[in-house]
Design a protein. Structure first.
Length: 305
């Protein structure tokens, strides 16, 4: 799990540092932010600790109504839960005594022009992804008609060339060669690049291509939810290649199950078209339709007549 610091989110979201410049290396340990409520009223042992605390208009207006001593007491109720930082939203004026008290406790106080809801959505999304468990695998990640596809197979089988063909058909590259997989939930796996290979596609005999420079921004996507795992393999003459596949096969990454199919390569086969068909067929399966099941029902219907 990657470490996220206060300095990182300060730069990412252009937050103003009101105090605690020397403590921006503090680490965010929880992936969700909190809005203090009960914490302002008294000490509650069951309240979760170490969350970034965000003060919206209601909280700031409430603090402004208190005396300095009462305000210090209420702020102490937040500080005891060890927040890595406190963020004031909507460019509000900080309550008298807040900055001084947090400076004593070595807690940075930050401020943003964003509203409570805007900052919460952006910060939660960023920190959850940044702190998600991740692995790096060899392959290519593309978005085909809105469906995240992971292409795998041995080197030299044409994964990158297939991705290039898909880009030419209006689909998008996410990552080539090294794909970072992030587990956001037990059911959600995100594929993305590792920054170094962002926008790049390596083609044998051609070299390194920047797909955005060549084909425009529509040729690239930062990340995609992985829905389909496709393994490219060499053709086997004695393999059964026309099975109905009534039972979906799966592969697991960090405990997340992903639908899996295998496509065998042979000169003349349009692999990009097969991947498009596989992605569209996966989508139909999600809608509850199976061509194989319909075909079997038709056969059974004829036999029963």
């Amino acid at each position: 799990m990657r470490i996220v610091t206060i300095e990182e989110i300060t730069q990412k979201f252009s937050l103003e540092v009101l105090s605690g410049q020397g403590y921006l290396q503090r680490v965010i340990k929880k992936s969700k932010v909190r809005r203090p409520g009960l914490e302002f009223m008294d000490k509650f042992d069951f309240i979760a600790t170490e969350y970034v605390q965000i003060l919206g208009k209601n909280e700031i207006n409430y603090l402004h109504t208190l005396t300095v001593e009462e305000r210090k007491l209420r702020i102490a109720n937040i500080v005891q839960y060890a927040p890595p930082c406190i963020i004031i939203t909507s460019q509000q004026e900080e309550p008298l005594g807040l900055v001084e008290y947090c400076e004593e406790e070595k807690i940075p106080v930050l401020r943003t022009r964003d509203s409570m809801s805007e900052l919460t959505a952006k910060l939660d999304g960023y920190v959850v992804k940044a702190m998600a468990p991740e692995i790096a695998i060899h392959g290519v990640c593309v978005n085909v008609s809105g469906i995240g596809v992971l292409l795998r197979g041995k080197s030299g089988l044409g994964k990158s060339e297939t991705a290039h063909t898909l880009i030419g058909r209006g689909h998008r590259l996410v990552a080539d060669d090294i794909v970072l997989l992030k587990k956001l939930s037990p059911q959600t796996l995100i594929g993305t690049h590792d920054e170094k290979n962002k926008e790049f596609l390596a083609l044998r005999s051609i070299g390194l291509l920047n797909v955005v420079r060549l084909y425009g921004q529509a040729a690239f996507q930062e990340e995609t939810r992985i829905a389909l795992d496709i393994e490219l393999t060499k053709w086997e003459d004695d393999a059964l290649n026309n099975e109905l596949e009534l039972e979906t096969k799966y592969v697991e990454y960090m405990g997340v199950r992903i639908s899996h199919i295998q496509i065998q390569l042979q000169p003349g086969r349009d692999i990009a078209s097969l991947i498009e068909a596989a992605a569209n067929n996966w989508y139909l399966h999600q809608q509850g339709y199976s061509a194989a099941e319909e075909f079997i029902k038709r056969i059974e219907g004829e036999m029963s007549e």
